[in-house]
Design a protein around this ligand. Structure first.
Ligand code: ADP
Length: 447
């Protein structure tokens, strides 16, 4: 096992990784930008290194600075968290060429699943259902138009290297297809430095259902059940839960088997997620695989009793998975709410600033993963996620009641957050009945 790990990330996920390391007896090195000098996670690490100024590209995204920090502090492995360099195949390769273990899949596997168009093709070749769409990437708006007309509107144009809901445009007719193509291309070029696009049929009113995968380096691959992440704003998740309230055992088994098939064929190792859309007729379609620990991983931890970050570290250290598929059991219902520093009344505009009094909820069944505290300043340089409230109870009804109580308790003064909107969603009859789809927030809560 490793004796010392560097965490190439910040915020709640840096703290999350430190917690796993402490319990495993592994020393930690935390890195930080000048803006994060007062970050709470730095107090929990064994050593800290400032890696540059506030903008991410000069700190958390700067590979040479992170590798230097790793070399100076003599770590054996780097945990990338999520976001930043987590799915950068070049970073994974640089780490390994410097003799530092990257806690994640190989650069090759990241490359394969990170190209959503290639991942689609892989799924298709394995007989896993994919959304009808372009066979290859798109070559100009006129060809895209022809393909869209062939498939039938509505369609969705997506960036091959996309993520975080960016580089996507829905088109309902010829004109919006051309405009959407140009807008998605520009957005993809700016956000991902790659303007390659592909196109899919736009599935109406689907649920987003994803499977958590664990794969070791000896070819053992299992799944840890699913998460329903249908509650989204602008194709970004706000509430996640496990299990999916409408999934019957048969369908769960089928989707889980397909998820494992994809991970195995991709030569995937570590923790990953295979994402599907589930339409109102319960037909499912693979959409992409994510090569990282996800923000919403705690709901899977709560229902399976496993620590996914520890599992990642053990796999990276070359250990074999102890669990077989039949050993994985599920207990109760877990829900996660993402608390973002955003103003839901202003179309989720970021709401950075100094927090006044901050007091997180607690009590039976409540877990809070956060890095904020009274007096902490939320910077506009980074993601607006400031806390994750996770509940775990025996039934979905009691989990919802527990979450409402927990959000009620959460005191965060001085900035706007998504809490009031989340409370409205949790009280909405359709949510309580489990009748949701990816358009739910836009339908009921758009301003
Ligand atoms: P990203 O990598 O940016 O997160 P995904 O491909 O995972 O993008 O899709 C994110 C969300 O976008 C999905 O959860 C869903 O809400 C929506 N979406 C993606 N593809 C489709 C589709 N073909 N039809 C309908 N909605 C889609």
């Amino acid at each position: 096992m490793f004796s010392r790990i560097l965490i190439a990330n910040r915020g709640e996920i840096a703290l999350r990784v430190i917690r796993a390391c402490k319990e495993m007896g592994i020393e930690t090195v935390a890195v930080y930008s000048e803006r994060d000098a007062d970050a709470i996670y730095l107090r929990y690490a064994d050593e800290t290194v400032c890696i540059g100024p506030s903008p991410s590209h000069s700190s958390y995204l700067d590979i040479p600075r992170i590798i230097s920090a790793a070399e100076i502090t003599d770590v054996e492995a780097i945990h990338p968290g999520y976001g930043f360099l987590a799915e950068n195949p070049h970073f994974a390769e640089v780490c390994r060429s410097c003799g530092i273990e990257f806690i994640g899949p190989s650069g090759e596997a990241i490359k394969l699943v990170g190209d959503k168009s290639r991942a689609r093709e892989l799924a298709r070749s394995l007989g896993v259902p994919i959304v009808p769409g372009s066979k290859n990437t798109l070559d100009g708006e006129n060809k895209a138009l022809k393909i869209a007309q062939g498939i039938g509107f509505p369609v969705i144009i997506k960036a091959a290297m996309g993520g975080g809901g960016r580089g996507m445009r829905v088109a309902h007719n010829d004109i919006s297809l051309i405009n959407g193509y140009l807008a998605a291309r520009a957005e993809a070029a700016a956000a991902f430095n790659d303007s390659t696009l592909y196109l899919e049929k736009y599935i109406e009113r689907p649920r987003h259902v994803e499977f958590q995968i664990l794969a070791d380096r000896e070819g053992n691959v299992i799944h840890l059940g699913e998460r329903d992440c249908s509650l989204q704003r602008r194709h970004q998740k706000l509430i996640e839960e496990s299990p999916c309230p409408i999934l019957e055992e048969d369908l769960r088994r089928k989707m889980g088997d397909d998820a494992v098939k994809i991970a195995r064929a991709a030569g995937y190792t570590g923790a990953g997620t295979v994402e599907f859309l589930l339409d109102p007729d319960l037909k499912y379609y693979f959409i992409e695989m994510n090569a990282r620990i996800q923000v919403e991983h705690p709901v899977t931890e709560m229902v399976t009793g496993l620590d996914l970050v520890k599992e990642q570290i053990k796999i990276a250290a070359g250990q074999k998975l102890k669990l077989k598929q039949e050993d994985v059991t599920f207990d109760g219902v877990s829900i996660e709410c993402r608390i973002n520093a955003e103003d839901p009344a202003e179309n989720f505009k970021p709401s950075p600033g100094k927090i006044g009094v901050c007091f997180p909820p607690g009590g039976i069944g409540v877990r809070v993963d956060t890095h904020i505290y009274s007096g902490f300043t939320i910077s506009s340089h980074y993601d607006s996620l400031i806390a994750k409230v996770i509940v775990h109870r025996k039934t979905r009804g009691s989990a919802i009641r527990c979450m409402r109580r927990a959000l009620d308790e959460f005191v965060i003064e001085g900035i706007k957050t998504t809490i009031p909107m989340l409370q409205d969603v949790l009280s909405h009859l359709h949510f309580i009945r489990g009748e949701v789809n990816t358009g739910f927030i836009e339908e009921y809560f758009s301003t």
